[in-house]
Design a protein around this ligand. Structure first.
Ligand SMILES: Cc1cc2nc3c(=O)[nH]c(=O)nc-3n(C[C@H](O)[C@H](O)[C@H](O)COP(=O)(O)O)c2cc1C
Ligand SMILES: [Mn+2]
Length: 470
């Protein structure tokens, strides 16, 4: 049974012991960020839970963080599958998307505030990097736009700065789906209708943070992932549709060809992302459920919820591309969380031709140009989720002159602070171009046997482990 909404999923998390309710009153302007961060650092990954801040001082709306990706097992609960099935689930959903179903009414519009009644300061939007972010930020908006020509919808999560009771700043980086829609409208000197969804069936959150082909409707992929179409309702003031069971929906328009300073913002790289000249959203309507829940993603320094949810979905779609579309003998792909699930990519393969490692690198770089600034290819005996194992392969299966390549003039990892100092504007072209490093750490010839006690001896000792006094 798919989750009907965010609430149904939170109930499931609670039943699995993966929702922690915090009843102590908290200040949204520093405490939610700090408690979420300490929870991330104190609680080992397998035991991490979503955090429900029930009493946010000055607001009657609770805030939930870590609901979709404070651990891999929570991510798997969203998809309702085992870790080993995540990639298959994504691949199937992309092959057989299921279009959303338009319904005439939904709880997302139980309450409607239009025009003068709109007041975004009544939402408990947290401040994250206190003293550095200029304002509160919505970190888990599912930003919906439509292509002005094809009308194909895009859903993407982009940072949203609170600028006033009915004004937001929206940062959509280059190469992103939503940005293409805005740029097409800019060419025509028209504003871009936008709907920002906060809190919905968690599967919608996962497609929102995942890069899918531009002609693919993320809500249709969400439908396939959940096994039933997503019910959508028409927005009240813009020509868009939103999930019918969303908690909160902000409707507005992105001004045509107007930009305003937005940021800096504490980013997924673990550094402050520079100020940018970003889009301006004039908000004309807010709809919400009765007793809505405000959801936020935990980002900043990896590992974070942001790096967890990005890595799992990105790995799945990249694996499918390399193995199924290109037919390469790729076994596993991993975007290290230390690299914000973007900068550092490792691919394992059962190579049967010496050019395949480089083919895999090029395949990854062309499919996802901003990822894998450092890309390492290893043989399939290496567990690429074990950093030590990867570094072992790099140490002893690589001859730098023969096996390392750099490729200039490639796309940059977004917001990579090694590109340029903070004073260089975000829009500067130098921030978009980067070189790539490829390391072929597969064996190029027969290798000596691995030096370890014979397997039968190790198995015997493992069996009798306690007899050695451990
Ligand atoms: C917490 C979080 C915050 C994000 N913030 C931004 C952002 O501000 N701008 C941006 O371009 N991408 C941001 N992303 C990445 C996009 O969500 C991701 O690239 C996604 O694929 C975008 O959807 P699209 O491919 O349909 O454009 C963020 C992701 C997460 C998980
Ligand atoms: Mn997209």
């Amino acid at each position: 049974m798919p989750y009907a909404d965010l609430r149904a999923f939170l109930h499931r998390l609670e039943a699995c012991g993966k929702l922690r309710r915090i009843s102590k009153p908290v200040d949204k302007d520093w405490e939610i960020a700090a408690v979420s961060k300490v929870a991330f650092e104190r609680i080992p990954e397998p035991q991490r839970a979503a955090l429900m801040f029930e009493r946010v001082q000055g607001f009657d709306i609770p805030v939930v963080t870590g609901a979709l990706g404070s651990s891999r097992s929570i991510y798997c609960l969203v998809l309702d599958c085992d870790v080993g099935d995540v990639q298959r689930k994504w691949a199937d959903a992309e092959l057989r998307p299921l279009a959303p179903k338009l319904v005439s009414a939904g709880p997302a519009q139980e309450n409607v505030c239009k025009g003068d009644k709109v007041d975004l300061t009544r939402l408990p939007i947290p401040t994250w990097t206190v003293g550095q972010d200029p304002a509160p930020y919505i970190t888990s908006g599912y930003v919906i736009t439509a292509d002005p020509e094809s009308h194909i919808r895009n859903v993407g999560t982009y940072r949203v700065q609170l600028k006033g009771p009915n004004k937001l700043g929206l940062f959509i980086n280059y190469l992103q789906g939503g940005r293409l829609h805005v740029e097409k409208n800019h060419q025509l000197h028209q504003p871009t209708p936008v709907a920002i969804v906060i809190g919905a069936d968690p599967v919608i959150g996962l497609v929102s943070v995942s890069r899918l082909p531009q002609d693919m409707d993320e809500l249709a992929v969400a439908g396939a992932l959940r096994g039933e179409p997503v019910d959508v309702v028409r927005c009240r003031t813009v020509d868009l549709e939103v999930p019918a069971t969303a908690e909160i929906v902000i409707e507005g328009v992105i001004r045509a060809n107007e930009f305003e300073s937005e940021g800096p913002f504490g980013e997924y790289t673990g550094y402050m992302g520079p100020k940018a000249m970003s889009y301006i959203v004039d908000v004309q309507c807010v709809t919400h459920r009765s007793r809505p829940i405000f959801q936020a993603f935990i980002s900043q320094m990896p590992p974070s919820e942001s790096s967890c949810i990005r890595s799992m979905g990105r790995e799945a779609t990249l694996q499918k591309h390399l193995a199924e579309d290109l037919g390469l003998p790729v076994r596993d792909v991993h975007l290290l969380e230390a690299g914000g699930a973007a900068a550092f990519l490792v691919i394992s393969m059962k190579k049967n031709h010496p050019v395949q490692p480089r083919t895999a690198m090029c395949g990854a770089w062309s499919y996802a140009p901003q990822f894998g600034k450092i890309t390492v290819v290893v043989d399939d005996d290496i567990d690429i989720r074990d950093v030590n194992s990867v570094l072992w392969a790099i140490s002893f299966r690589v001859q730098p002159e023969r096996d390392v390549l750099t490729m200039p003039g490639m796309a940059a990892v977004s917001l990579d602070p090694s590109q340029a100092p903070p004073e260089v504007p975000q829009e500067d072209i130098s921030r978009r171009v980067s070189s790539k490093l490829g390391i072929d750490a597969t064996r190029k010839h027969a290798f000596p046997a691995v030096a370890a006690p014979p397997k039968e001896h190790l198995d015997l000792v493992r069996k009798n482990w306690q007899s050695y006094g451990f």
